[in-house]
Design a protein around this ligand. Structure first.
Ligand code: BES
Ligand code: MN
Ligand code: ZN
Length: 500
């Protein structure tokens, strides 16, 4: 898909379709009103007759518009003007793009970017529209033998900006939007692939491919023998029950000089989580192919970053393994020794994410990082606490918390802070080892974060629990690509010297 920006009146556009907003109840948006005058009241007549109320999800495709140079006009219901939030804007853009794609317009000029969205400027609206458009056209059909191809698909979209002065920022917005959308697509593709295809080895190859594609990225794969040498007894204990070798995937993006301390992203890459000996129930277990979505978001963010060539140093780490029951697998009660030297009693083999993350987090120390952010589908409890709208955020450094919360708001990919108080730590006490790997049902996401915090004392660290946000369940299930927008926004902000 090709995106661009343009400023100009709708009556002058020679295009297959012009897209205009209509608010509820039966009110033309300002741009639609302008075109209405030239067409001798064509739209206002239709609306008066009750053809379009203006509700979100309503749409009207019109041909043969008097005095206009375009082939069609698509009127899009936008709901009530004062309710135009990020979420509603996304819906409106997505609806219009789907209709354009289904009705044979191969190119279009959309004026929806000129609608007022609460607290958002034109650059934001163009960027987010680009992301929303790509999101709505995404299909995961690599594994279908027959693909339902659209006959005349939408190929080119032009976002309108109110004045020529807005063109430069509009162009930046398109570029950033596409980079984020491409990162999101990569994260979705990896997330949606099943466990028999997307194995730790498959993910490792993805890292090598990324390094081939982008000159500033280099990749390195630590094999089980390497991890053995490093003393990663906790990570390796998870993969013991699997025939697929574990990998510690490391991508290095060098966009700044050597002295600049890197930001390290660590993503949980469990390519299938059956729970191990503490086996999960059968119902819905297929969704545990998504247990590598944290890792996928690291891949997606690395791609977006490399595409934008941001002046930062960023390390992306993805500890990757399966978690399966087997004669070699971890058993409840086993004690393992982590790379940090701390010993862990594995009370529940299904709490494996923290076991692979802790060794990766210890390894991250060697980069003397500016900060470390880990991203993991870590706990079912987080889905209970926050549902599917916000990722859970924990951090040992207040400024970092605020940076990430702000990045979430600015990218419409929000996180919400949960407490990391010392009081919760004692739930991890073990009679046998330095700690247990679970802390009971109460505050399950918090005790999981507390576990990780014992391995991140040497640097500024944040943890994003994306168990509720990384994929949608049920019919039409699929990976969302979250939190690539949040992470990329965080990096953009850093690249702009923390000012934007
Ligand atoms: N990958 C799961 C967490 C998960 C479960 C994410 C359901 C999304 C939906 C994780 O490895 C896990 O199994 N966690 C356990 C921890 C428990 C044993 C303390 C959980 O949440 O039940
Ligand atoms: Mn598990
Ligand atoms: Zn898991």
């Amino acid at each position: 898909m090709e995106f661009s920006v343009k400023s100009g009146h709708p009556e002058k556009q020679r295009t297959a379709c012009i897209v205009l907003g209509v608010f509820e109840p039966r009110r033309l948006s300002p741009v639609a009103e302008n075109l209405d005058k030239i067409t001798d009241g064509y739209f206002s007549n239709l609306i008066r007759r009750g053809d379009l109320e203006g509700k979100v999800d309503q749409m009207l495709l019109l041909h043969n518009i008097p005095n206009a140079l375009c082939d069609r006009v698509l009127l899009v219901g936008c709901g009530r003007e004062r309710d135009l939030t990020d979420a509603q804007y996304k819906k409106i853009i997505a609806n219009s793009i789907k209709t354009l794609n289904d009705t044979g317009s191969m190119e279009a000029v959309s004026y929806l970017t000129e609608l007022n969205v609460k607290g958002r400027d034109i650059q934001w609206k163009v960027r987010y529209a680009t992301e929303a458009a790509m999101d709505s056209l995404y299909r995961f059909d690599q594994l279908k033998s027959k693909k339902d191809d659209t006959r005349r698909p939408l190929r080119k979209i032009v976002w309108s900006v109110p004045s020529r002065r807005d063109l430069p920022s509009g162009e930046v917005a398109v570029k950033e939007g596409l980079a984020i959308a491409n990162g999101v697509s990569l994260a979705k593709n990896l997330g949606n692939l099943p466990g028999n295809i997307c194995t730790p080895t498959y993910l490792a190859n993805q890292a090598l491919e990324l390094a081939n594609q982008y000159p500033k990225v280099t990749s390195q794969i630590l094999e089980e023998a390497d991890m053995e040498q490093l003393g990663m007894g906790s990570l390796l204990s998870v993969s013991k029950g699997s025939r697929q070798p574990a990998k510690l995937i490391i991508m290095n993006y060098a966009g700044a000089d050597k002295e600049t301390k890197p930001i390290v992203l660590v993503g949980k890459g469990l390519t299938f989580d059956a729970g191990g000996i503490s086996l999960k129930p059968a119902k819905g277990m297929e969704e545990m192919k998504y247990d590598m979505c944290g890792g996928a978001s690291v891949f997606g963010t690395m791609r977006a970053l490399a595409e934008m060539e941001l002046p930062l140093n960023v390390i992306g780490m993805v500890p990757s393994s399966e978690n399966l029951p087997d004669g070699q697998a971890n058993k409840p009660g086993d004690v393992v020794t982590s790379m940090s030297g701390q010993t862990i009693e594995v009370i529940n083999t299904d709490a494996e994410g923290r076991l692979i993350l802790c060794d990766a987090l210890t390894y991250a120390e060697r980069y003397e990082p500016d900060c470390v952010v880990d991203i993991a589908t870590l706990t079912g409890a987080c889905v209970i606490a926050l549902g599917n709208h916000a990722s859970g955020l924990f951090s040992n450094h207040n400024p970092l918390t605020h940076e990430l919360l702000t990045a979430g708001r600015n990218s419409a990919d929000r996180a919400w802070e949960l407490p990391l108080w010392d009081e919760y730590q004692e739930q991890l006490n073990s009679d046998t080892a330095d700690m247990a790997n679970v802390g009971g049902r109460e505050g399950g996401s918090i005790t999981a974060a507390c576990f990780l915090s014992r391995f991140t004392k040497k640097y500024h660290w944040a943890h994003l629990d994306i168990a509720g946000t990384a994929w949608r369940s049920g019919k039409g299930k699929g990976a969302t690509g979250r939190p690539v927008p949040l992470l990329t926004q965080f990096l953009l902000h850093r690249a702009n010297g923390g000012s934007k």
